[in-house]
Design a binder for this molecule. Sequence first.
Ligand code: NAD
Length: 372
Amino acid sequence: MAQQILMLPGDGIGPEVTKQAEKILAWLSENSDTVFEVSEALIGGAAYDAYGTPWPEETAAACRKADAILLGAVGGPKWESLDISVRPERGLLAVRKELGLFANLRPAMVFDELADASTLKREVVAGLDIMIVRELTGGIYFGEPKGIENLPDGTQKGYNTLVYTTPEIERIARVAFDLAAKRDGRVCSVDKANVLVSTELWRNTVERIQRDEFPKIELSHMYVDNAAMQLVRNPKQFDVMVTTNMFGDILSDCAAMLTGSLGMLPSASLGAADSDVCNALYEPVHGSAPDIAGQDKANPIATILSLAMMLRYSFGMAVEADALEAAIRAVLVQGLRTGDIMQEGASLIGTEAMGNAVLDALVEAYALAKAA
Ligand code: NAD
């Protein structure tokens, strides 16, 4: 049966970069054992222009029935003065909420050829391959009560609530342990259990899930302040890190900078495996880059790596995902670069040419992978 892929190109460079992934999907459809049927819907500013909302019901319906979604990016100066309730970014929050996407996976990988793009020393980051798993729908960003109150003495009080229930912790812990089982078998759970009691529950629950369900996975714990320090001191010590919504927000941006290049970072947001609506959305970490939109300058690799994550996690196509990553590596070895990752002596190419180069390299990498 064909897999239904929904493309949400969005705004700015979104359509340019998702188009490159679409070419690869079309090739895989012809040349692998899996057939992909690709359709498209509007989200963000493009949806606002057409429907007056960044999250039209047509898009919501298409999302619910897809097998996996690939999103470009949303937003841009054109929509910045709109009321917050209809800004493009609302579309992003809506799709995560609607599909119950509670686990955000952000790999930070450094291709050896790009190790000099990091602000850290080459030996600290070369060969880096870590995965940050962030809880995405709970914690302090959503906890009640929250608000700003006027106090009798004329001052004000602002407050949020850091709340987690055991089921919320259990399901994100399972995602992290499952991932570790397919990688190096190690999970580091990050909390602040010495100060925040809700993260003491986090720690105890993660420990119980490991003991009862994943005894072969090595589990360690780290306080978030130390984790931030260790990420820049010696990031290669980690395999999978799992953490709360807010800590993950901060640590994943920190890990992103280890790689030095926004145009190379993919992500996945996953829901429950037994969900009756689509449970997986893949997207590059970067935004809509209005400064370079429509100029054939955007790096499509973050989106193509997001497609590799889709093949691996939604469709169990590890051979194809490995081949796609190998194709990207081959293109970098050839010295082909978009502007954001340009280096001395390399050849500057545009979005289309980069997409085509990855596709050409994939033909060879896939043949090799299948023969192995
Ligand atoms: P941005 O990620 O769009 O751009 C930051 C800088 O990185 C820019 O100089 C841009 O040219 C460059 N860049 C980003 N992606 C690139 C790529 N693939 N190739 C080459 N260069 C790339 O962040 P921003 O400028 O802060 O935000 C622009 C718009 O995007 C805003 O409207 C913002 O709200 C939105 N945004 C959307 C998402 C999303 O859709 N997930 C994420 C972040 C920001």
